[in-house]
Design a protein around this ligand. Structure first.
Ligand code: CA
Length: 219
């Protein structure tokens, strides 16, 4: 999967590029709006709004005019992001700097899943004896398939993206439910409790009090 990263700031572009390459993505980086518009259309665009030549919103509009490529807009300031305007311009999602690698990768996966991309190299992950296959939406433990509901699968696949790292409840709710979450966070606890039962190893998903959850390799 080829990602076009349009970012003039090296201090952001370099770590983002190296992380994406480590995840198996091909990254083409451009530093200006004009270069981005001239580039070969990739499988996904990560577009900084503050570019040195053309306004990022205009780049977004023009990219959308010429192709259906998924676009994730990146902005330095939350108040710069007018979600309605971005959607009108054809962006698929947005991120506010500073953002974590996990959040970025979750957005890329969510957007490419919605756009039907099947070339995501991170489609399969192994964590200890667990094997998570995002393409087939199947989980096996020591070779035995575990029957999960769609949301249970999404929560486990999300935690498996960065094993050993704590995922906050807010981020899980935002990224897995893919919407601003207004309901009770009890829903997440219900899914985690059920996952623990089905995995047959309650300590596998650890609760980090006041923060969120972490997937461990195995007890
Ligand atoms: Ca910039």
């Amino acid at each position: 999967m080829r990602i076009l990263l349009v970012e003039d700031d090296d201090s952001i572009a370099e770590p983002v590029t190296s992380r994406l390459v480590r995840e198996g993505f091909d990254v083409i980086r451009e530093r200006s709006g004009i270069a981005a518009l001239d580039a070969t259309v990739p499988d996904l665009v990560l577009l900084d709004l503050g570019l040195p030549d053309i306004d990022g919103q205009e780049v977004c509009r023009q990219l959308r005019e010429k192709s259906a490529v998924p676009i994730i807009v990146v902005s330095a300031r939350a108040d710069e992001v007018d979600r309605v305007l971005l959607l009108e311009l054809g962006a698929d999602d947005y991120l506010v700097k500073p953002f974590g690698a996990r959040e970025l990768i979750a957005r890329i996966r969510a957007v490419s899943r919605r756009s039907g991309d099947r070339t995501d190299p991170g489609a399969q992950t192994r964590v200890g004896d667990l094997f998570v296959d995002r393409r087939a939406r199947k989980v096996t433990r020591a070779g035995d398939e575990i029957a999960l509901t769609p949301k249970e699968f999404d929560v486990l696949a999300y935690l498996a993206e960065d094993p050993g790292t704590v995922c906050s409840r807010d981020r899980i709710l935002h990224d897995v439910w893919e919407t601003q979450w207004w309901g009770p966070t009890k829903t997440l606890d219900v899914h985690v409790a059920s996952l623990r039962r089905k995995l047959g190893d309650p300590g596998r998903i650890e609760t980090v009090r006041g923060v969120g959850f972490r997937l461990g390799p195995q007890q």
